[in-house]
Ligand binder design. Structure first.
Ligand SMILES: [Zn+2]
Ligand SMILES: [Zn+2]
Length: 387
């Protein structure tokens, strides 16, 4: 280390600081301010040296702050339909997006749609307790929509010591999928009951129970699959070749509603089941960009080119989703299941053709985007819970 650098790191005197912290060049006041600002604030206030030498009271302050209640609880207090996209990615890795998941909070109901990879943790970060989830709905059984199911059931059980298993609704195949995850988690179930005891981990609350609904093969068919208080969930068939069955959902709460496409190509079923909804949350694949990915990957020794080509026949284009929203009289369109993964700088080009079709707002959802739809109103306010 040079003398100049040594000079720069000499402790500063602070009349208000305690001897021990002053010797390290940071005051107690700075630490308290730092604790109030969170860990990133401490890094700014004290630098790396102090981060490595924090006294216990400062560590305690940071931990207390992190655990002091639910920072987002206030978002869910109003009488409104809340729609949160907790996972907005797709099968291809994306540093900003985990696998697909959308959450609806309305009245006393917390309903979750799909459990893409990483989505359980993203959901927990929004401040919603997974133990409070009333039901899970699966759109189809592609791995990017179910791979977190084991983790989701586990958190539902262990987070609050649930005494009843999670209710899981899905088209035919749901029993097989749930049974597979239950089998994989049997050993862990034993460990946790042995470790924490049956009072903390009631054996009856482990896992999930499958509730199958069958909409048949007619693409236009739909049915009410869940009702609780003022909340109603309708499942409808979508076209997601080669996957059969595949469904989307429409959720209504009092006078507000959201339509969630699941994975689909364009079909009249989408317009029919989005008709008059306030909000549409749609799958989307930008064909032009997907083609560019396919061409750019041509020299790589992996399946990227073939996969990028194949998936173009399985997902709706942003401009087609916009057409559905326009024809159905939807107010706002949120794009999720973003394919191919794009950095922020390409979000507007991704949505350009969609915006040319639809007069309402077309927005790329992020992990943690929340749309709030207050009852007895036409309003939709969008906020970001995780940025
Ligand atoms: Zn998918
Ligand atoms: Zn799919």
């Amino acid at each position: 280390m040079t003398d100049e650098k040594r000079e720069h790191k000499a402790p500063e005197h602070d009349e208000n600081s305690g001897e021990e912290t002053r010797a390290k060049g940071i005051s107690r006041r700075d630490l308290l301010i730092g604790a109030g600002m969170g860990i990133s604030g401490l890094a700014v206030a004290g630098g790396a040296h102090f981060m490595n030498n924090l006294p216990d009271f400062a560590i305690e302050g940071v931990i207390d702050r992190a655990l002091s209640g639910d920072p987002n609880a206030k978002f869910y207090e109003d009488d409104a339909l809340h729609v949160i996209t907790t996972g907005t990615g797709a099968p291809l890795p994306d540093p900003a997006r985990v696998g697909p998941q959308t959450v609806v909070v309305a009245g006393d109901q917390v309903l979750v749609f799909d459990t893409g990879p990483g989505s359980t943790r993203k959901l927990a970060l929004t401040g919603l307790g997974i133990g409070s989830v009333n039901a899970l709905f699966l759109t189809h059984y592609h791995s990017d929509h179910i791979s977190d199911l084991g983790e989701f059931m586990l958190q539902h059980w262990t987070g609050t010591g649930a005494t009843e298993p999670l209710k899981i609704y899905g088209p035919p195949g749901v029993e097989q999928v749930v049974a597979g995850f239950l089998a994989a988690y049997q050993l862990d179930r034993v460990y946790r009951i042995d470790h924490h005891g049956a009072d903390v981990m009631p054996p009856s609350g482990f896992g999930g129970v499958a509730y199958e609904f069958d909409l048949g093969s007619d693409l236009m068919s739909s049915d009410v699959v869940y009702e609780a208080g003022d909340v109603q969930v309708i499942a409808f068939n979508v076209d997601h070749p080669p996957v059969v069955p595949a469904v989307g959902f429409r959720v209504s709460y009092k006078d507000r509603s959201v339509m969630i496409t699941g994975d689909t190509i364009y079909s009249d079923s989408l317009i029919h089941h989005a008709m008059g909804a306030d909000l549409m949350v749609s799958d989307a694949l930008n064909h032009k960009m997907s083609q560019m990915v396919s061409e750019a990957g041509a020299d790589m020794e992996n399946n990227l080119t073939a996969v990028a080509e194949d998936i173009q026949e399985s997902h709706i284009r942003p401009e087609e989703a916009a057409f559905v929203a326009k024809e159905a009289g939807v107010n706002k369109l949120l794009i999720t299941h973003v394919l191919p993964p794009v950095p922020d700088i390409l979000v507007n080009p991704f949505l350009r053709d969609a915006r040319a079709v639809f007069d309402g707002e077309v927005r790329m959802a992020n992990d943690g985007t929340m749309a709030k739809l207050p009852v007895n109103s036409d309003k939709i306010t969008i906020s970001e819970l995780l940025v």
